[in-house]
Ligand binder design. Structure first.
Ligand SMILES: Cc1ncc(C[n+]2csc(CCOP(=O)(O)OP(=O)(O)O)c2C)c(N)n1
Length: 579
């Protein structure tokens, strides 16, 4: 029998999963669901201490003797305040105490409601961190609670021990309701420090996908370590332009991830172990395929050791540099890399030489292979990033984008910063809203001749036209969503700032200017290409539909198509139909 309040049940289950056995309980009404759950469960060693001030010091004593993490539980109102003296001692004593406080719903705070003071406003030297668990109403609050509980418990011993507050919001209306329900299944997340033993990792011959987020170019040592790891395991590396990784087992498969259905991906391409390194990917396609994917568990490798559960499948955190991790995980070289082959075969079948209208995607298709070796390329977020992500650039080219906070506000400034101390060409691919947002940066007096700005002017945020294309009958997008009709063109400002200005309204004009744009010049160059926002969407749709892999036979269809061509496929279809 447990409370119907799921946030409480998650906490109880987590205490058991992380083997937190000792709990000091102070009496009260709001924490009844917790007292009820622990008092009849043999797993817990319960101690009753009515005075919360004393309870917290009592918990310190328990820790000093057992060396184990200690939990405490108290009711709402003044109870938490009386934890503060003991918590302060625990904070400076580096004592891992999980202070489970219970509180009224947030909407009652500061409303003269009974027993509803703000319980998360503890002094900064009382707990390392404080977590607030809302009542669970849907999948979002469910994930939020699970995440907070995991993070709170891991925080108790992260970078030194210390107390942590877990504040559970209790709905008074549900407080007296208990049912014959099971505790939810909580899988503890394990954090490994460099000095921990890693010998029971059970990598076996599992399918392993390493996803590299944004990353500055890899050192040879880093790349070698990843490659050796892949040699010894059935691993593939999913890298996009921002990963700046070009090892033997890497695959740039952004388009593939966009073109496969979830079921095909799960059957063929899904890893069993997902290892992530680097920063954010900015890559919605792969995110969509990995998020909540029940085939996989996620191992995060990062020096920060933070509980970053991007895909909602996090099971292990390795707090170390990537190179250290890949060197530390040993294996014997494999003869056959079936998993990598699976990715490569599917990826090689994609067609990119497709007729599409003048658009950002067309420009990427026509220009990506012409960018000089060793240049730098930056992408404004979303549309530009996605279009260019379908194409692999020369490995000597470094790529960046402001995908960490996803702002369109500083794309040009970032590029100009990159260009300062080099002579190689530095390209920016940007839309008009992003460009005009940061247009004052063109006036920075340090700008050199190596700047190349490719401005795709579709007169607004085409991204939102693409995003809302299925809703167009219901809502109008031009005025405020895509914000069309601002800014005109960049000619006057570009020339005022000493740029050579090129422009194109047609594919022919684009083709005529493209060589000049990627060549050396005694001026920085801005190339403005005017496209229709509808064509941005049409180009993307053609690209995706030409490569769609919808079911398990999709791969087969693509193989046949690659052998006999589109006409051949039609012919075979007709023959099959007739029979
Ligand atoms: C500072 C900031 N404001 C708003 C947004 C939301 N936003 C994301 S993409 C986008 C539209 C970008 O339009 P544009 O630069 O013209 O590129 P397009 O989509 O047309 O290729 C906006 C407004 C943001 N990311 N950053």
């Amino acid at each position: 029998m447990y409370t119907i309040q799921e946030n409480v049940r998650i906490v109880i289950s987590a205490l058991k999963a992380y083997n937190i056995r000792h709990i000091v309980v102070s009496p009260g009404g709001t924490n009844i669901p917790i007292s009820q759950a622990v008092q009849d469960d043999d797993f817990f060693h319960c101690y009753s201490v009515p005075d919360e001030r004393s309870a917290m010091y009592f918990a310190i004593g328990l820790y000093l003797q057992t060396g184990e993490i200690i939990a405490t539980s108290c009711t709402s109102a003044q109870a938490t305040r009386n934890y503060i003296p003991g918590l302060t001692e625990a904070f400076y004593k580096h004592t891992p105490i999980l202070a489970i406080t219970t509180a009224k719903l947030e909407r009652f705070q500061y409303q003269d409601y009974m027993q509803a003071p703000d319980q998360c406003s503890l002094p900064k030297d009382a707990v390392k961190r404080s977590f607030d668990l809302p009542p669970i109403k849907d999948v979002n609050t469910h994930v939020q609670c699970q995440h907070a509980v995991n993070e709170a418990i891991l925080e108790l011993t992260h970078h030194g021990n210390g107390p942590v507050q877990l504040n559970i919001r209790i709905d008074d209306a549900e407080n007296g309701k208990f049912e014959d329900i099971k505790l939810p299944d909580i899988k503890p997340i394990k954090r490994y420090a460099a000095w921990d033993k890693w010998d029971n990792l059970e990598l076996g011959n599992k399918k392993i996908l390493i996803v590299i987020g944004e990353h500055r170019p890899f050192t040879k040592e880093e790349q070698d370590a990843i490659e050796l790891f892949c040699e010894s395991h059935n691993a593939a590396v999913y890298a996009n332009n921002l990963s700046n990784y070009h090892g033997k087992f890497s695959i740039q498969a952004n388009l593939l991830a966009s073109c496969t259905t979830g079921s095909y991906f799960k059957a063929k391409l899904s890893p069993e172990i997902l290892i992530t390194i680097g920063g954010q990917t900015g890559d919605y396609s792969i995110f969509g395929k990995l998020y909540n994917n029940s085939n996989l568990e996620h191992w995060r490798v990062n020096e920060d050791g933070n509980v970053v559960n991007t895909y909602n499948r996090l099971t292990k955190i390795f707090e170390c540099p990537a190179e250290y991790f890949f060197k530390g995980v040993k294996g014997t070289p494999l003869a056959e890399h079936t998993y990598f082959q699976e990715w490569r075969t599917a990826n090689d079948l994609l067609k990119k030489n497709i007729e599409i209208p003048l658009s950002n995607l067309y420009v990427a298709q026509q220009l990506h292979h012409l960018l000089p070796k060793n240049s730098y390329v930056n992408f404004a977020i979303l549309n530009s990033l996605r279009c260019w992500g379908y194409f692999k650039l020369d490995p000597s080219i470094q790529c960046f984008s402001n995908v960490a906070a996803f702002g369109i506000d500083g794309c040009t400034s970032t590029l100009i910063g990159e260009s300062m101390n080099i002579n190689e060409l530095c390209f920016l691919v940007t839309g008009d809203l992003a460009f005009f947002y940061d247009m004052n940066s063109l006036g920075i007096r340090h700008i050199k001749n190596n700047i190349r700005i490719l401005l795709i002017n579709n007169h607004g945020g085409a991204e939102f036209k693409i995003m809302t294309s299925n809703w167009e009958e219901k809502i109008e997008t031009k005025r405020y969503i895509s914000a069309e009709g601002h800014n005109g063109n960049a000619k006057g400002w570009a020339e005022n700032c000493g740029f050579l200005y090129l422009s194109a309204n047609t594919k022919e004009e684009f083709q005529k200017n493209k060589e000049l744009f990627v060549d050396k010049s005694d001026k920085p160059i801005l190339f403005e290409i005017f496209t229709k926002s509808n064509d941005e969407k049409i180009a993307k749709d053609i690209f995706i539909s030409s490569n769609k892999i919808e079911n398990m036979n999709g791969g087969l269809k693509s193989i046949i198509r690659s052998i006999v061509g589109d006409k051949g496929v039609e012919l075979i279809k007709n023959i099959l139909k007739k029979n």
